[in-house]
Design a protein around this ligand. Structure first.
Ligand code: URA
Length: 202
C-alpha cells in the first residue's frame, strides 16, 4: 500500500528524533527541547522555509511560533492565506545555541531531511525565508542565482526544474527583520504579494 504524505512526514520526524550524531542533539536533550520538523498542510502547494528554530519553537516543537512567527502570520493573512493553506519548515531542525547562525556542518546534516519533506510535499512554490534557506535552495537546484545576495534576490520569482516537475523559488527576507525595521516590513509585505499570485493550495 502506498504511504500517505502524513505517514512519510512522520517517518522523517522519527529519523530526526533519532539524530544523536547531531552537534545540536545534546543541547536539545539538556534543555528538554523538541526538534522542529514543520507544520501545516501536507498537500500544500506553497512551502515556506526558515532558518532554524528559536527557543519558543524548540520548547513547543512548532515552527515560527515566537515573535518572527507573529510577523509571518500577519504577512500570510495580508495575502489571504493562513497556516493551514501552506507548509512551514526550516533548514535546520534543532535550535542552535542562543539563536546563533546555523553552521555549515549543521546545514549539511539537517538539509537532507528538508529535501525529503520537499519530495513528499512536491510544492509548486518554495518561499525561502532569509539568506540561509535561500542559499541552500538555490545551491541544491544548481541555480546561478545562488551567488547573489538576499538583497538582490528578494521578491524575485525563479523558475526551476525539480524532480516532481516545475516549481518557483521566491527568496524573501526573513520575517524577523521586520521586528527591527519598519522599512523591511514594508518590503516583506510587497514581496508577499508575489506569492499571492500563486494562490491557495490545490
Ligand atoms: N526563525 C526561523 O527561521 N524559524 C523558526 O521556526 C523560528 C524563527
Amino acid at each position: 500500500m502506498t504511504k500517505t504524505n502524513t505517514e512519510m512526514m512522520k517517518k522523517i520526524r522519527d529519523d530526526i528524533l533519532d539524530l544523536k550524531e547531531s552537534p545540536l542533539y545534546e543541547y536539545r536533550v539538556k534543555n528538554h527541547y523538541f526538534p522542529v520538523l514543520g507544520e501545516g498542510n501536507h498537500n500544500a502547494d506553497i512551502v515556506f522555509i526558515g532558518e532554524a528554530p528559536g527557543e519558543k519553537e524548540a520548547l513547543t516543537g512548532r515552527p515560527f511560533c515566537g515573535p518572527a512567527g507573529r510577523i509571518l502570520d500577519e504577512l500570510l493573512e495580508g495575502i489571504g492565506l493562513d497556516r493551514q493553506d501552506v507548509y512551514i519548515s526550516n533548514v535546520v531542525k534543532d535550535r542552535p545555541p542562543n539563536n546563533r547562525d546555523p553552521l555549515p556542518a549543521e546545514i549539511e546534516l539537517y538539509s537532507p531531511f528538508l529535501y525529503r519533506q520537499l519530495e513528499v510535499l512536491k510544492p509548486k512554490v518554495i518561499a525561502a525565508l532569509g539568506r540561509f534557506s535561500t542559499k541552500y535552495i538555490l545551491e541544491k537546484f544548481g541555480l546561478p542565482e545562488a551567488t547573489q545576495t538576499i538583497t538582490q534576490l528578494h521578491g524575485k520569482v525563479i523558475d526551476v526544474k525539480v524532480p516532481w516537475g516545475k516549481a518557483k523559488i521566491i527568496p524573501l527576507y526573513h520575517p524577523a527583520v521586520a521586528l527591527y525595521s519598519g522599512g523591511s516590513k514594508k518590503v516583506l509585505v510587497e514581496d508577499f504579494k508575489v506569492i499571492a499570485k500563486f494562490g491557495k493550495k490545490g
